[in-house]
Design a protein around this ligand. Structure first.
Ligand code: SF4
Length: 330
């Protein structure tokens, strides 16, 4: 049976955190066994909102590749590469942009939200590039004739737009070149930040993905617990406690017991945090060890990304020839 081909990307916009891991990467590691996967570090996308400061871009790309490989993405099984290293992404984006109605882009729900959110942080993203973000995203997927795209629930509008663009292209140029990609929904766990808000770099409330045992425990120790608990024997309410939310995500076998002990006032928060730290460190130990090993192999990351770009390029070149032919561009 022919496997579905998946394309997915992540922006290299800073140190990867556990929320990113649980939200997408953990799922990718599973998907690689059942799909033909193309995973891209989408540096061009990061320019749509961070065009004004690219000083950390290369460092972020390296860190992201390190995170992906240490999480268990296999560079032989998957194509792993940097988006800008395959120039056809930009070329196809430009071609698709010619026929994409402006109204389609303006109605993407995240467009106005993000414009407002980043605008309130003093960022000017009233740009052509930012509005065209979904066109570049569609180009990423269509360039490889991907048949499936992993999506979180809030991203399904983007995929719908890609599907519309596929239909429009196929209709306009009387072709069946592009398949309509379908969604692969993931049951990703949403982790709160250590202060209870959404985990986000801009709030400074993250747990870095590559955190070693000490950094992990230090971050856990800073988590907000039930504020009404003063003494160890006070009966607690785990539903309002961030530590408990993490137990639910990482320590499933112990959740019921911790809930009982907390409600009965039979476990202190210090002990509860220590227990979470030990559990998380043991679960993430392999990843952490792999990350440290990879850091000591200079040149390896570049090798992996160059190899991935070569493989991506071969597909992109062949498909781009067909696409241009369909458009009568020689
Ligand atoms: S005992 Fe654990 S679950 Fe209960 S409030 Fe303290 S840290 Fe949270």
């Amino acid at each position: 049976m022919v496997k579905d081909r998946i394309f997915s990307g992540m922006q290299p916009s800073g140190r990867f955190h556990l929320g990113n891991y649980m939200g997408a990467l953990e799922n990718w590691v599973k998907l690689q066994h059942d799909y033909e996967c193309i995973f891209s570090i989408v540096d061009l996308h990061s320019l749509t909102s961070s065009y004004d400061d690219t000083s950390k871009l290369q460092e972020n790309i390296q860190e992201m590749a390190l995170d992906w490989l240490s999480a268990g993405l296999d560079p032989e099984k998957n194509i792993i590469f940097i988006q800008s290293h395959v120039k056809e992404h930009a070329e196809l984006s430009l071609l698709l942009g010619m026929s994409t109605p402006l109204s389609w882009l303006e109605r993407v729900p995240t467009y106005k939200d993000k414009l407002q959110q980043l605008g309130s942080q003093g960022k000017d993203i009233n740009t052509y590039g930012f509005l065209g973000y979904p066109v570049l995203m569609a180009a990423d997927i269509m360039l490889y004739k991907a048949t499936a795209v992993p999506v979180g629930e809030d991203q399904s509008a983007h995929l719908e737009l890609t599907r519309e663009m596929v239909r429009r292209f196929n209709n306009l140029y009387k072709t069946d070149l592009f398949p309509e990609p379908h969604a692969v929904f993931s049951k990703s766990k949403v982790l709160p930040g250590i202060d209870g808000r959404k985990m986000s770099k801009s709030y400074g409330n993250t747990i870095p993905f590559g955190a070693g045992p000490k950094e992990m425990q230090d971050r856990i120790n800073m988590m907000i617990t039930d504020p009404k608990r003063i003494k160890k024997t006070d009966k607690g309410n785990p539903d309002v406690c961030i530590v408990f939310a993490f137990h639910k995500a990482f320590n499933e076998s112990e959740v019921a017991n911790i809930e009982r002990l907390c409600r009965a006032g039979e476990i202190g928060c210090v002990q509860c945090k220590k227990c979470l730290g030990e559990k998380m460190n043991s679960l993430l130990a392999d990843i952490h060890t792999r990350r440290e090993d990879l850091k000591n192999k200079p040149g390896y990351i570049k090798e992996v990304l160059d190899y991935g770009a070569k493989r991506a390029q071969a597909i992109a070149t062949a498909n781009m020839t067909e696409i241009k032919k369909a458009m009568n561009i020689y």
